[in-house]
Design a protein around this ligand. Structure first.
Ligand SMILES: NC(=O)c1ccc[n+]([C@@H]2O[C@H](COP(=O)([O-])OP(=O)(O)OC[C@H]3O[C@@H](n4cnc5c(N)ncnc54)[C@H](OP(=O)(O)O)[C@@H]3O)[C@@H](O)[C@H]2O)c1
Length: 260
């Protein structure tokens, strides 16, 4: 067992591992020697990834196909990992809904709050006791730069990610003294399936990062800082906005985010 697997292994749980940033976490953690528990709805994607990582690195992989909007999903996941020594929890699954607040489908907005907020809270709550007993490990949350300021035309997503940031920062304060590294990751625009799923043409996005670069940057900052914005561009933009009077910052955001 190397230092990394001793500290964060032997098993990492990654939600949203069927694509994008979660898939990139799974690939990188397997390369670093961790076994994996992979969660998402698309079982075929998870099984293909498991086969690829087992063939390449000998990774032991548990595939847990779950729809995280199902109220029973978090308890089933916690049951499934009860006898595994999970040392790293990557709460990454999430999605956004863009458009005027009142035009959003109420069911979709409720699902967004469940997947983005309720599920990571429940999984962290269920898994932190074992991390505390070990006295080492990691808890990661994928939030977003949209959680750092109220983002017009992305209101519920932005609010959900503000929740994740507050949760992650609070747990950093509680768990760092117990030897657990907590990182809240705030990506800017990232080249995954997410933009297209929200009706955004990725070709119109500037300063896109690859999910692999986001994950490299996150893992390099785990145990270093509580909150990490991997993109230099978005870090500087957010610092600029947060230094402005709130009214001016939100006016600028509304202009930038307004539908064409
Ligand atoms: N891409 C960006 O620009 C960006 C920027 C900032 C933050 N983020 C955040 O990064 C995280 C990962 O997103 P991504 O960009 O990698 O997008 P993605 O490629 O669309 O991946 C989203 C992942 O979440 C899973 N997921 C979504 N709804 C689910 C549900 N109901 N049940 C189970 N799994 C579900 C998806 O799996 P299935 O569809 O197979 O279920 C997929 O694996 C999200 O939290 C997102 O908010 C993304």
């Amino acid at each position: 067992m190397n230092d990394y697997t001793h500290r964060y292994g032997p098993v990492a749980l990654v939600t949203g591992a069927s694509s994008g940033i979660g898939r990139a976490f799974a690939v990188e953690l397997a390369a670093r020697g961790l076994d994996l528990v992979l969660v998402a709805r698309r079982a075929d994607r998870l099984r293909d990834l498991a086969a690829e990582l087992t063939a390449k690195h000998g990774t032991g992989v548990h595939v847990l196909p779950e729809d995280l909007t199902d109220p029973g999903a978090p308890d089933r996941i916690l049951d499934a990992v009860r006898d595994l020594d999970v040392g790293m929890v990557v709460n990454n699954a999430g999605f956004g809904v863009k458009g005027a607040f009142e035009s959003g489908d109420p069911g979709a907005l409720a699902d967004l709050q469940t997947v983005n907020c309720t599920v990571p809270t429940r999984l962290a709550h269920g898994l932190v006791p074992a991390l505390r007993r070990r006295g080492r490990g990691a808890l990661l949350f994928t939030a977003s730069v949209e959680g750092l300021i109220g983002c017009p035309y992305s209101a519920v997503y932005s609010a959900s990610k503000a929740y994740v940031i507050a949760l992650g920062e609070a747990l950093w304060g509680e768990l760092t003294p117990a030897g657990i590294d907590v990182l809240t990751l705030c990506p800017g625009a990232t080249d995954t399936e997410a933009p297209a799923k929200q009706g955004i043409d990725p070709a119109t996005l500037h300063h896109l990062m690859s999910p692999e670069a986001v994950v490299d940057s996150a893992l390099a900052n785990l145990g270093v800082e509580p909150l990490h914005v991997p993109s230099d561009h978005y870090r500087q933009s957010m610092e600029g906005l947060r230094a402005m009077p709130r009214r001016d910052a939100l006016t600028a955001m509304a202009r930038a985010m307004a539908p064409a």
